[in-house]
Design a protein around this ligand. Sequence first.
Ligand SMILES: C[S@@+](CC[C@H](N)C(=O)[O-])C[C@H]1O[C@@H](n2cnc3c(N)ncnc32)[C@H](O)[C@@H]1O
Length: 280
Amino acid sequence: MALNPQYLSYIKLVEKALAARFGWQTGEVMHDKLAAAVQRKAERLSLDEWDYCQTAIKSPAELQALAEFVINSETRFFRDPQQFDIIRQNVLPQLVKARAAERALNIWSAACSTGEEAYSLAILLQETLPADAAWKVNVMATDLRGASIIKATQGRYTASSLALLKPAWLARYFVKAATVDGGETTYTVLPEIKKLVTFRRANLYDDEFWKSFTRPFDLIVCNHLLLYFHALAAKHTVGKIVGVLKPGGVLTVMKGEAMYVNHGNLKADESFLSPFFKKL
Ligand SMILES: C[S@@+](CC[C@H](N)C(=O)[O-])C[C@H]1O[C@@H](n2cnc3c(N)ncnc32)[C@H](O)[C@@H]1O
């Protein structure tokens, strides 16, 4: 869609504010999405587009609301089955061996959206940990979007987001609702899986957030986040992630995101088809 030059100049100012606050990259695709969002938001607040843009730039709360409106939250359980297979068959067994003395594993789903990725990891932990020994495990799951975190905490999903889940795991770790929600049957994650996951709202491009860590992680899953970041934000975020990974800990990202992971303390594991990196 060709935006008129005046409107495009407003949109570019908002885009710059979003890039500075949330690390997002700029470009034509973003212009169209933002223009549509600004129009909707301005209408709702009975403002003209320019007044809305000024409000969004000046008000941190409105900029956050706009960001949450345009964000791509797409996700599902076991979204990249190959990556999750590697976590189940290689990464978790190796970590279980390496942490056998302390019997504790600390995992992070860094941009968890509505929770499917974090619960997928919790299911793998339940499947992989030795049944005879008590392990202390936690999956921390963070996302920028408040509404996503609320939905994640509820742990209720429709069949479409569960399509890649093994039927045996659906039967073992979910309760099917007695009623149908908006035409689709819903499934709720069992408490034994829910209790392994802690959800938290966070902006990963905010240095304050990175000061809040108390324990380093054994495994960090950062899928479909770095591709939305500008080069500086991606480099900065990878540096921060390395800072909260334990030595021997593992970072994984999506296939198209491996190019952003370039750090002297990370070594790529070339034996896998998905990108996995070990902290030296
Ligand atoms: C496409 S979803 C990916 C969800 C999941 N990781 C997956 O791969 O299925 C991208 C997520 O990144 C989150 N996000 C975008 N910018 C962020 C930021 N600066 N800090 C934290 N989360 C952010 C969005 O809210 C969104 O939920």
